[in-house]
Ligand binder design. Structure first.
Ligand code: NAD
Length: 394
């Protein structure tokens, strides 16, 4: 079949296998070029390993530190007539390169929130990998089934306390119009915390510790975004921000439980980036289009793999990690530089449909978005017949 992007709203419903593979190879090449990570991890579990920050974490652990990796993701396999999800193709490509490099890589494609998946991971670790020294928690999901009750919880992206109106870019029609989001009620706030808060992270670490699968000097990290004034009403101070605050609570509780393995649990604050998760958040596409322009002009723009390389070398495996007052690793420092934020805030009110491609880097945003699905890669001829099938190697 000929595979060209089919974008519907803020998602792309297909993906290009060779394009995705090329993206994975590019990230691996970047990681290798940085050289070995001193004191890096050796056995790593990545929850949410197939796209975005989780994929970059897996690549950094494997190709920057020679680690055995066990990844968990929730991805759609291909059929003869339908493409797989991008994360499926990414994972297949990761396995190909890891195998050639002689690295031990295992993946479970299943619901990380379920007890069955946790049991499968424990079994695989016992039989194929051993005790882990790093667990990365990088799940981004709109819903979660509680493993004990079977109740399905859905998250919402809403402000708290009062409604919020802001300029918003429709990435499909390229129309810019004000949107108003009504405030969340108490139930919606609680449900969002249930999906994206720390409960499942803690269940994972408890299960691993209970099975004696944590190595000495064990670390675990969960990812968050804080942002600044422009995004606070819809992110930092909104329902998703409440869920992320819950990660801080859990990091403290877990660190106390991990003393027997000299372990620690921390939250890492990462920069805003175009990923499947962030493109669904109102305001973010316009904020990112401006941010990309400002940070490129500054020479400080980064993608997932650059961010995670700095997380490993400047925080996780550094004797003097950059921590904030709440004990979180900070890798969002370049995004939050006051001069960068001031420029973004100055551009924000000036953006119109007419000047979108001049005063913002919306082209860069679109390129990054399509790249998530394997499109726009220079080395790929998208007019050539391609099979949607790839070798099922995980
Ligand atoms: P993403 O959508 O690219 O990746 C999500 C991952 O979770 C995928 O591997 C997917 O397969 C997996 N997943 C989802 N539901 C699952 C389930 N039920 N079981 C197993 N796997 C499942 O997301 P991302 O943007 O890389 O976000 C990862 C984390 O980083 C999130 O916690 C997010 O809040 C945080 N973060 C994102 C940004 C950003 O701008 N994108 C910034 C800072 C922090």
């Amino acid at each position: 079949m000929i595979i060209k992007p089919k974008v519907r709203g803020f998602i792309c419903i297909n993906a290009h296998p060779q394009g995705c593979a090329a993206n994975v190879q590019e990230q691996i090449a970047f990681t290798k070029a940085q050289g070995p990570i001193a004191g890096g991890p050796k056995k790593v579990l990545v929850l949410g390993c197939s796209t975005g920050y989780g994929l970059a974490s897996r690549i950094t652990a494997a190709f920057g530190s020679g680690a055995d990796t066990l990844g968990v993701c929730f991805e759609k396999p291909p059929t003869d007539s339908k493409c797989a999800s991008a994360g499926y193709y990414n994972t297949s490509a990761f396995h190909d390169v890891a195998k050639d490099a002689g690295l031990n890589a295992q993946t479970i494609n299943g619901d990380a929130f379920s007890d069955e998946c946790k049991a499968q991971v424990l079994e695989l670790l016992k039989n194929c990998i051993g005790k882990v020294d790093l667990v990365v928690y990088s799940l981004a999901s709109p819903r979660r089934t509680d493993p004990k009750t079977g109740v399905v919880y859905s998250s919402v992206l809403k402000p708290i306390g009062q409604g919020y109106s802001a300029k918003n870019l429709n990435t499909d029609s390229l129309k810019i119009a004000d949107i108003t989001v009504e405030p969340a009620n108490e139930q919606e706030i609680a449900d969002t915390v249930k999906v994206m808060g720390g409960e499942d992270w803690e269940l994972w670490i408890d299960a691993l510790q209970g099975a004696d699968l944590l190595a000495n000097n064990f670390q675990t990290v969960a990812y968050t975004y804080l942002g600044d004034k422009l995004t606070w009403p819809i992110y930092g101070h909104a329902t998703i921000g409440k869920a992320k605050e819950d990660l801080d609570r859990v990091a403290k509780t877990m660190s106390a439980k991990l003393t027997s393995v000299n372990g620690k649990a921390r939250v890492a604050v990462l920069k805003a980036l175009v990923t499947q998760a962030s493109s669904a958040i109102p305001v973010m596409p316009l904020y990112l289009s401006i941010l990309i322009k400002v940070m490129k002009e500054n020479g400080t723009n980064e993608g997932c793999v650059e961010q995670i390389q700095r997380l490993f070398t400047e925080c996780l495996y550094n004797a003097n990690p950059r921590l904030d007052a709440a004990g979180r690793y900070r890798v969002d420092n370049k995004e939050l530089e006051p001069a960068v934020q001031a420029k973004v805030e100055a551009i924000w009110p000036q953006v119109t449909e007419e000047n979108l491609f001049e005063i913002t880097d919306h082209k860069g945003y679109r390129d990054d978005f399509l790249k998530l699905f394997g499109f726009g890669v220079a080395s790929i001829d998208y007019d050539v017949e391609t099979s949607s099938l790839v070798e099922t190697n995980f």
